[in-house]
Design a protein around this ligand. Structure first.
Ligand code: CAA
Length: 413
């Protein structure tokens, strides 16, 4: 590892602000917005007024340029209070990264300052009904017609859809190309032909809408093509996910920490056999494991974010981001499950906050790349790294290598 985890004064200040907002506007209202399946505009306004959307926007475009580690700290605080609100915040970064990483100077100057102030909310439209894990299999088409692109098709799982004003939409612009098939195009809410058709009824993160977005001959100016050249879309999508996955990992970390804190407090108060259940060894083991895994996730999350801040896009950081997303979300699911166990029957009831943590945690293992895809990304990097460790082959008995080779020949035959 060739980077340090440095918490800047700005990052710590933003973290403290996020904690205040979470305590005042997010946690007290979490159950209400979950039940009602409504967006928490009150908290979103507080986040905008406090400047938290500036966290991930570069300083030249009205942001604080505070970096991915600061974004992780802010996201963690909001998600600790309500996982759903954590993603409602972080998805604005996901939708903005294609512009930040791949946009032209003109596009950055036009869009980013409005996102920094919270005047415009953002969404990221990549997935489709038949293109989730296989992100190259998109079918939404954008065809050049004079000075416009005309977009047709349907996107699925658009988080923040309907609330967002700006959508980064990944479209097929050259169906005959293998490597330059896809381009990202900015579509504004209200453009004729662009509609939110289905608001999903979800198991968790119910305070943030996840929708289908439909494009019926949506005409947008050519200048909205991110990067100004077609065919860059898949690379922009992959780079965006590398930058955003530490943020999902931070949502997971917040969720794990939030569930653990409730379980810890409950275990100290709830009595059985004449003592608080935290005095029973079996509960102690649960709590100790929850605390230990959350802490391990924390440092993987911070490390993956700090690596991007210090070293920018790189294969090593892509692997780290996948590791953080995968590990932290698996921990969040495990900790939320054990928190229900600590609460016992009460944990299963919606009167208590723990059932919601459990429902919210599951999606973290699925969105922004399933944990199977994260493991695939990690494994691809490991194969490349193994090839770079040739000097170690000298220590591996040659007979074993021969056996492998023979096995391969036999299998092929
Ligand atoms: N950075 C830059 N470029 C990259 C890259 C990266 N991390 N990963 C791949 N590329 C490039 C490759 O170099 C290659 O370029 P060339 O064609 O020039 O050689 C090209 O992209 C294709 O790469 P692969 O052959 O590796 O691509 P693949 O088809 O095998 O797919 C994958 C790789 C990792 C499985 C990818 O499809 C993937 O990440 N899938 C998951 C998608 C995902 O996370 N979707 C979630 C969407 S967001 C969401 O959940 C909704 C929400 O609102 C929260």
């Amino acid at each position: 590892m060739s980077h340090n985890i440095v918490f800047s004064a700005k990052a710590l200040e933003l973290q403290a602000t996020a904690r205040e907002i979470a305590d005042k506007h997010v946690r007290p209202a979490a159950a209400h917005y979950d039940k009602a399946q409504e967006y928490n505009y009150d908290a979103a306004r507080a986040v905008a007024e406090a400047g938290l959307f500036r966290t991930f926007i570069p300083a030249e475009y009205g942001g604080f340029g505070a970096g991915i580690l600061a974004l992780a700290l802010v996201t963690e605080e909001l998600a600790k209070a309500d996982s759903g609100f954590g993603v409602a915040f972080a998805v604005n970064a996901l939708g903005s990264f294609p512009i930040i990483l791949g946009g032209t100077e003109e596009q950055k100057q036009h869009w980013l300052p409005q996102i920094a102030t919270g005047d415009k909310f953002v969404a990221f439209c990549l997935s489709e009904k038949f293109a989730g894990s296989d992100a190259q299999a998109l079918s939404v088409r954008a065809t050049l017609d004079g000075d416009d692109y005309v977009i047709c098709g349907e996107k699925k799982w658009t988080t923040n859809g309907g609330v967002a004003d700006v959508y980064t939409v990944f479209c097929v612009t050259d169906p005959n190309s293998r490597s330059r098939r896809i381009s990202a195009i900015i579509v504004e809410k209200g453009t004729p032909g662009f509609e939110v058709k289905k608001v999903e009824d979800k198991m968790g993160i119910r305070c943030v809408p996840v929708v289908e977005t439909h494009f019926d001959h949506v005409r947008v100016p050519k200048k909205n093509l991110i990067g100004g050249r077609p065919g860059l879309g898949f690379k922009h999508a992959m780079m965006t996910l590398d930058y955003a996955r530490p943020g999902v990992a931070a949502q997971a970390l917040g969720a794990a920490q939030g569930a653990f804190e409730f379980a810890n407090v409950y275990a100290n108060r709830r009595q059985t056999f004449g003592v608080p259940i935290s005095k029973h060894q079996m509960v102690q083991q649960l709590l100790a494991d929850m605390a230990m895994k959350t802490e391990a996730a924390r440092w993987l999350v911070y490390s993956s974010a700090a690596a991007i801040d210090q070293l920018g896009p790189s294969p090593a950081n892509s692997k780290m981001a996948a590791m953080a997303k995968c590990y932290a979300s698996d921990v969040a699911m495990e900790v939320a499950t054990d928190a229900v166990q600590v609460f016992g029957g009460y944990g299963y009831m919606e009167d208590y906050p723990i059932a919601k943590f459990f429902r919210d945690a599951k999606i973290l293992q699925i969105y922004e790349g399933t944990n199977q895809i994260q493991r695939l990304v990690i494994a691809r990097h490991l194969i490349r790294e193994a090839a770079e460790l040739e000097h170690l082959q000298a220590f591996i008995p040659i007979e074993i290598q021969k056996t492998y080779e023979e096995d391969e020949v036999t299998q092929e035959a």
